[in-house]
Design a protein around this ligand. Structure first.
Ligand SMILES: Nc1ncnc2c1ncn2[C@@H]1O[C@H](COP(=O)(O)OP(=O)(O)OP(=O)(O)O)[C@@H](O)[C@H]1O
Length: 474
């Protein structure tokens, strides 16, 4: 014992350390030579593999990993929101720390897009804990069907933090990024998929020529909807709201949808019912929509299936194929047919659409707004319009004085008085003109005198033509 201590004490001198280093280096060189000369290559690589496996195992035997698939349910092509969240969240870490990163720009997008490189392992740190992320591209076959996954690995002692804090943190960051970003998405359903592009419609509530009272009612309704998550949960209803926008062409239905999307910062899903072949396709389309989105079905009266039952008109909200609660009556043969089709999901039916609107197929769907538009409200089956399905009916009609004032202020910066305004407003009250017709005239000149003079002539001319036409019509 004494001699060991004295030899350790001897090591304190620098020359002793050099001696030890020289002996160790010589030993290592000898060992390498012996290994290379005497041990065959295949045996060498076997030993190295075993050593690696041993060290790797002992390092990672406390590690657990979670797999985050792109699709939660393959059969229904159900997207996994956590996968989406990781896609957006991880590049935040990558840009700061990592060397390998995919970067690109898509046709319809204004911004550069960053994406995690499948070769790179991303290490994220949260509350002092390290989390390893890796994107798996999958096999060639899986790539084609766009089945990708993230593997999230961490020490198993952090399981609880992962579930209770880390994953909510990733999802929360994603939601904040989505709500803060300025560019919204417009998705169109095409051949079984949502095709995404930027929503570049500039309409806002300020730019809309609407009666100020109607505008306020719509904004208040949207605000109320956003704030009432808990109330919807309490009464067991899906957190969604339906709006029916009706009125002649050119009265601002599409502009109002864009204004709502820009106000709420919601993406838009534009669904043409004529491109839907079956109830299962409709279900798939609904499931493919994300939270905080507006699902738009334009010109709903133009769809054959939806119109099938409309020929026999009933009083609004009391259809003979619904009972008092608004559910389909079983003894109605038309409803029976629709139900059979529904069960198979092979055909697209009105009943399938009603189910969708009621949130039966998308009960996981939260924070959705559904908008129907039509130029012919009288053609729509009342079952679709009853409260609970379409909660608010908004009549976008011809332009009248109050809404005209908004347009004049926006287009020509006239806030109070102009000598021609009174005559124009008088004509607008007496004859039906759409906001689109008037806006088209106002945009032709920046000079208020020229623009208003031109508009007045246009309105007079049109009014006279319409007056002249009327007696012939009768
Ligand atoms: N209320 C409005 N306020 C401001 N501009 C409007 C309004 N209504 C229409 N416009 C102008 O007319 C154009 C066409 O309007 P929009 O497409 O919103 O009408 P729409 O009712 O959806 O028509 P359609 O039924 O034919 O689809 C818009 O680009 C906009 O410039």
């Amino acid at each position: 014992m004494k001699s060991t201590l004295s030899s350790l004490a001897g090591f304190r001198s620098t020359s002793s350390w050099f001696e030890v280093y020289a002996i160790f280096s010589t030993f290592m060189m000898l060992l390498r030579t012996v290994m290379n000369d005497l041990v065959p290559e295949n045996v060498r690589s076997f030993i190295i593999t075993k050593l690696e496996a041993f060290f790797f195992y002992s390092k990672s035997n406390n590690m657990v990993s979670l797999t985050i698939n792109q699709l939660w349910d393959d059969r229904n092509e159900d997207n996994n929101e956590l996968y989406e969240a990781a896609l957006y969240y991880l590049p935040l870490k990558v840009t700061r720390t990592y060397k390998s990163l995919n970067i690109g720009k898509q046709n319809d997008h204004q911004d550069l897009v960053f994406a995690v490189d499948a070769k790179e392992e991303v290490v994220d740190e949260f509350e002092g804990i390290k989390f390893n992320w890796k994107l798996h591209d999958g096999s060639e076959e899986e790539k084609k069907s766009s089945k990708r996954e993230f593997k999230l690995s961490f020490d198993e002692k952090h399981r609880e933090i992962v579930v209770k804090k880390y994953i909510p943190h990733v999802l929360g960051t994603y939601q904040t990024m989505k709500s803060e970003r300025r560019i919204l998405k417009l998705n169109s359903w095409s051949y079984g998929y949502w095709k995404e592009s930027d929503l570049s419609h500039p309409a806002t509530f300020e730019s809309l020529g609407l009666d100020p009272e109607l505008k306020k009612t719509i904004i208040d309704d949207l605000e109320r909807f956003l704030k009432r998550k808990e109330m919807y949960k309490k009464v067991g209803k899906p957190w969604k709201r339906g709006y029916l926008l009706y009125g002649p062409p050119g009265t601002g239905k599409s502009s109002l949808i864009a204004a709502m999307a820009n106000y709420l910062k919601f993406d838009v899903y534009d669904l043409d019912l004529n491109s839907i072949d079956s109830n299962s396709e409709l279900m798939s389309a609904m499931r493919g929509t994300s939270r905080r989105s507006i699902i738009v079905i334009e010109d709903i009266d133009c769809n054959k299936e939806v119109n099938t039952r409309s020929s026999a008109r009933r009083e609004p909200y009391a259809t003979d194929s619904e009972d008092d609660t608004g559910n389909a009556k079983v003894d109605d043969p038309k409803v029976d047919d629709a139900k059979v089709d529904d069960d198979k999901g092979e055909k697209f039916t009105l009943s399938g659409l009603l189910n969708c609107v009621d949130g039966l197929w998308s009960s996981h769907a939260e924070e959705r707004i559904m908008i129907f538009t039509t130029n012919h409200v009288e053609k729509i089956d009342p079952a679709l319009l009853r409260p609970g399905r379409m909660d608010m009916h908004i009549n976008l009609s011809f332009l009248k004085a109050k809404a005209f004032r908004v347009l004049v202020s926006n287009y020509l910066d006239i806030r109070d008085h102009h000598p021609l305004l009174e005559q124009i407003e008088d004509l607008l009250e007496k004859t039906e003109f759409t906001p689109a017709e008037v806006a088209e005239q106002l945009i032709r000149s920046e000079d208020p005198d020229i623009a208003l003079d031109r508009l007045l002539k246009f309105l007079r001319e049109k009014s006279m033509k319409r007056q002249a036409k009327k007696p012939n019509e009768t």
